[in-house]
Design a protein around this ligand. Structure first.
Ligand SMILES: [Zn+2]
Length: 255
């Protein structure tokens, strides 16, 4: 239940959350891989429709439809295209209904059973292409629930994707194109993160919900000021590098 409740958090679906550079870069990478001959696209796990909205803003000729399980996300929809209620593991569409079926930042979240069924459903409903984006070679650190001591991934990321995993995701589809989406980061950040983890542990994010006991930091608890992802002040003396944060992969039907 907490797994489902997690995605009903309004904070996830605000328009502003997707108007940041890193998300727009990810959308541009996804749009850039779309095959020009495609006419229809289903976005599975469309959330508030931020990617559909991106395509609409680009005057994409694609006929667009979204599917989303979280009611809150649909209520906060930001696109013109329709977003239907439904779950990735039981797509309410016939076989090969869409030229492209996209699932962007979705499959890392799917729990045991749902994940396996959802991959088969994407294959069933996609006529020609599947577009996937996932966190790439993510360093997943669990948090400890302060209430019951259960350790879990605070973002409900159930698995880690590397090249091998991405190459054998589907049975009837093969990868034909891919692009890494980098996020600029100071070179010392991996070390800073490791030290922070060692000294303070992994902080329990405001959005986290313990899957064992349901503990969540209350909404009215004073929130610490948003932490910069990069160290302040010293910034201009430290070189930046582009860390591949996401991988976007286009798959084509092979059978
Ligand atoms: Zn707990």
């Amino acid at each position: 239940m907490s797994e489902q409740q997690y995605y009903e958090n309004q904070a996830f679906w605000s328009e502003a959350r997707y108007q940041v550079e890193r998300e727009q870069r990810r959308f541009a990478a996804c749009a850039g891989l779309l095959p020009p001959e495609a006419a229809t696209l289903l976005d599975v796990g469309a959330g508030n429709g931020a990617f559909l909205r991106y395509l609409e803003d680009q005057d994409s000729p694609l006929q667009l439809l979204g599917l989303e399980r979280a009611r809150t996300a649909i209520e906060m929809k930001v696109c013109r295209a329709d977003i239907r209620a439904g779950s990735a593991d039981e797509l309410p569409f016939g076989d090969r209904s869409f030229d492209v079926v996209a699932a962007l930042e979705v499959i890392e979240h799917l729990p045991f059973g749902v994940y396996e069924r959802a991959l088969r459903e994407l294959e069933r409903v996609a006529a020609r292409y599947i577009l996937i984006s996932v966190p790439y070679r993510e360093n997943r650190q669990p948090v400890i629930c302060p209430y019951c001591g259960c350790a879990f991934n605070p973002y409900y990321h159930m698995r880690r994707f590397d090249d091998d995993m991405l190459s054998r995701l589907f049975q009837q589809f093969q990868p034909v194109n891919r692009v890494a989406v980098p996020v600029p980061e100071y070179v010392i950040m991996p070390l800073v993160r490791r030290l922070r983890l060692l000294l303070r542990g992994n902080p329990y994010p405001a959005s986290a919900i313990c899957p064992q006991c349901g503990y969540a930091r209350s909404q009215d608890e004073p929130q610490p000021p948003a932490q910069s992802r990069n160290p302040p002040g010293l910034a201009r003396f430290i070189p930046l590098y582009e860390r591949p944060n996401w991988m976007v992969v286009l798959y084509r039907r092979s059978q």
